[in-house]
Design a protein around this ligand. Structure first.
Ligand code: GLN
Length: 455
């Protein structure tokens, strides 16, 4: 299996992989063979997997898509990587992504954009664009991704694959290079919900090295895949179907909802009134946390250091100026601004208050005795994949593309994307559309069940 996928990766021109090391992969495959021979197996033993280059890996470079970490090799494995290794998976390599996971099109990678396998003129989505493109092109059967404001769901949607961002705190952030710590959450991207369930079984769980990890008993996320969804109440938020949603995306999503009705579910109109505010709120909170997290890249401890400098302060400035790309600098500037004395109350604190109200919207719909629905469905992205280069000069256009994924992240809820058809885009041929399924806290098994029944 490893050889098959390595050969495909070698022939691919998508730029999905940043690091491949045949020898390392085949060594791990041989180990898996020995485990299989000894009957010491899990559901994933011998299954090839590729990791987003945001998860640190011993023996492989980890760049976070940045020049800052171009030659960085971590001395330890991220917990997620450790868990997969323990389960016996075989690492195929490291996947391209937006620099420090900041982006929606994978065009912010220092190592170049990734192409969408459905149409190589299109972006694959981001920031886990390498992960979604690799699954869509069958360069890997399984991949890890991270989602801070949509980075698992949106590229999954744009590449026509399945991805799930679990409840915040259920997958360890230890060794996952930090972007915005109160939002960052790892999760799997694969072909089907069933595969995602198996992957989530391996990667979730309490980790004392992550201060926001949740202590809960291990569960089997595949346990209810085959349950009937008769009587399921699907909340359809009107704010997810307003102006700005492309007609081709709406059509594919509505067709999927009709399919769910045929499976015995009922559609319930709901409202998530604060949806619109999720963009300004997220683009205050995420940069604020990023500006703080990225202060560690100072040219001293690790990462890029400028070759010539006058003194310490000059070394900091030059190293960071050379090591970070435009979008990362933009976020650091915004973040430092909203946290600064005199602005903190007006921006950061205010954003935190609205974040709570956004979470409350979901609570009103999904929990309590008066709850209106069991899951929420809508589009993942307002449009199909756009053309490479179309939004590179317009950061705000990129931010607006996150409208349907940010609120779930701000609330810490689980959300997933499953393929539900194709749209025409503006001028091009068929490009995939994803259906978003959002659930209450810890309801991943149900989301996977609901997805599996459709698939
Ligand atoms: N597109 C969003 C951003 O640029 C989300 C990225 C993510 O989830 N990592 O911040």
């Amino acid at each position: 299996l490893a050889t098959l996928f390595l050969d495909r990766i070698g022939q691919s021109d998508l730029n999905a992989f940043l690091h491949v090391d045949r020898e390392l992969t085949l060594q791990q495959a041989a180990q898996a063979d020995r485990r299989i021979a000894a009957d010491d197996v899990t559901a994933l033993t011998g299954i090839p997997i590729a990791h987003k280059d945001l998860f640190v890996t011993r023996g492989w470079r980890t760049t976070a898509g940045s020049k800052m970490l171009e030659n960085y090799v971590s001395p330890f494995d991220a917990t997620v990587v450790e868990q997969f290794n323990a389960a016996g998976t075989v690492t195929l390599g490291k996947l391209n992504c937006d620099e420090f996971a900041m982006g929606s099109g994978n065009e912010n990678s220092y190592f170049g954009a990734v192409k969408n396998p459905w149409d190589k003129r299109a972006v694959p989505g981001g920031s886990s664009g390498g992960s979604a493109a690799a699954i869509a092109a069958r360069l890997a059967p399984a991949a890890t991704g991270t989602d801070t404001g949509g980075s698992i769901r949106q590229p999954s949607s744009l590449c026509g694959v399945t991805g799930i961002k679990p409840t915040y705190g259920s997958v360890s952030r230890y060794g996952m290079i930090a972007f915005a710590s109160s939002l960052d959450q790892g999760g799997p991207i694969a072909k089907t919900a069933e595969d995602c369930g198996l992957l989530l079984n391996a990667m979730s769980g309490f980790d004392q090295r992550d201060s926001t990890s949740i202590e809960r008993p291990k569960e089997d996320f595949t346990r209810s895949l085959n349950d009937s969804i008769k009587g399921l109440r699907i909340g359809v938020p009107k704010e997810f179907f307003g102006a700005g949603l492309a007609p081709d995306v709406e059509q594919a999503v509505r067709a999927a909802l009709a399919e769910y009705e045929k499976l015995g579910a009922t559609l319930v109109d709901i409202s998530l009134p604060k949806t619109e505010l999720s963009i300004p709120v997220y683009y205050v909170i995420a940069p604020a946390e990023a500006s703080s997290n990225l202060s560690r890249f100072d040219g001293v401890r690790y990462g890029h250091r400028a070759a010539d400098y006058k003194d310490l302060s000059d070394m900091y400035k030059k190293s960071r100026a050379e090591g970070f790309g435009d979008e990362v600098k933009r976020r650091i500037l915004v973040g430092a601004y909203v946290l600064s004395h005199g602005y903190y109350d007006a921006y950061y604190l205010q954003a935190q208050k609205i974040r709570r109200l956004i979470a409350q919207d979901f609570q009103n719909a999904l929990t309590g005795p008066d709850r209106k629905c069991d899951v929420i469905m809508g589009p993942v992205s307002p449009t199909v994949a756009w053309d490479l280069g179309d939004k590179t000069d317009d950061p705000v256009a990129n931010y607006l593309a996150d409208i349907f994924t940010l609120s779930t992240s701000l609330a810490g809820l689980p959300g997933m994307s499953i393929p539900c058809g194709f749209g025409q885009g503006e001028k091009n041929g068929n490009r995939p559309v994803g259906l978003q399924i959002i659930g209450s806290y810890y309801d991943e098994a149900r989301l996977l069940n609901v997805a599996h029944q459709y698939q």
